[in-house]
Design a protein around this ligand. Structure first.
Ligand SMILES: [Zn+2]
Length: 270
């Protein structure tokens, strides 16, 4: 997960919001048994703003069969461990700042209606705008926190090769909760990371290492450009690529070779 930038709010969504909120205000919730979907008019726009990637797992995917995720769930919200209240954020169902493009695995199988909050958090009530005194225990890809500073990917050597697991960087509480909510360590995501490492990351690392071992520092510096491309927001699995690269080639080693790594954590996804 890296930060995403939606860009300017969609004016068409604002029109839909005015009309739809009339109904939702009367009910005080989203209609039961009827899926509201007017917010889907922004799915393609969000998809493009997020570089065609799911905001949580960073896989590139098509928009047509995938989802708009409501960061604050619209229907009902499971806020445990911080709060037992279950009301959904219906008044944010058409709010540009609450919408993200997500693959169906992350939105439906993983996150669903879960929206954990910290102990002592005060949940928003109808029509209140975030953040108020609410303290989510879930990283918002469009928020001010850099997800890379909270989630780290570490390899485990198995008979089948390296198995990359998401862990809480520096013991981050919100990182640990986000990993659990988004099921970042399920078999599907670990297999995607394994494949990305073998087919994309590993060849670049091997080439840079080869140049470093031969003391061919200008060549190593040139090859670093390929790694930097893999860390641009538009690439797949940027957060994972950052940790995989750092695991094998430290910044200290690059600096010793006179190469500016320019791979500081604050750079990632920005
Ligand atoms: Zn996803």
């Amino acid at each position: 997960m890296i930060n995403v930038n939606r860009g300017l709010a969609d004016p068409d969504l604002a029109v839909v919001k005015v009309k739809q909120l009339e109904l939702l205000r009367k009910l005080g919730r989203v209609p039961l048994g009827t899926e509201i979907s007017g917010y889907r008019i922004v799915v393609e726009k969000l998809w493009k703003a997020q570089w065609y990637k799911c905001c949580y797992c960073e896989r590139k995917t098509t928009w047509s069969f995938n989802d708009i995720d409501h960061f604050r769930p619209k229907g009902s919200a499971n806020r445990m461990p911080g709060c037992a209240q279950r009301h959904g954020y219906w008044w944010l169902a058409f709010d540009w700042d609450n919408l993200l493009f997500s693959c169906s695995s992350c939105n439906r199988s993983a996150k669903n209606d879960r929206f954990p909050t910290r102990i002592g958090s005060v949940s928003l009530q109808a029509e209140e705008l975030p953040p108020g005194k609410e303290r989510p225990l879930l990283l918002d890809p469009s928020g001010s926190e850099n997800p890379v500073e909270h989630i780290q990917f570490n390899p485990l050597l198995t008979p089948d090769g390296l198995d990359w697991w998401a862990t809480a960087r520096g013991g981050s509480e919100i990182g640990a909760a986000t990993i659990e909510i988004c099921k970042m360590n399920n078999a599907e995501f670990r297999e995607l990371r394994r494949d990305h490492f073998l087919s994309v990351i590993s060849p670049v690392i091997l080439d840079i290492n080869e140049a470093l071992e031969a003391s061919q520092y200008p060549l190593a510096a040139a090859r670093m450009e390929r790694m930097r491309e893999l860390l641009r927001p538009r690439s797949s699995y940027v957060a994972f690529s950052y940790d995989a690269f750092n695991y094998f080639i430290s910044e200290a080693r690059l600096r010793a070779a006179g190469i500016d790594p320019m791979l500081g954590i604050s750079f990632i996804g920005r």
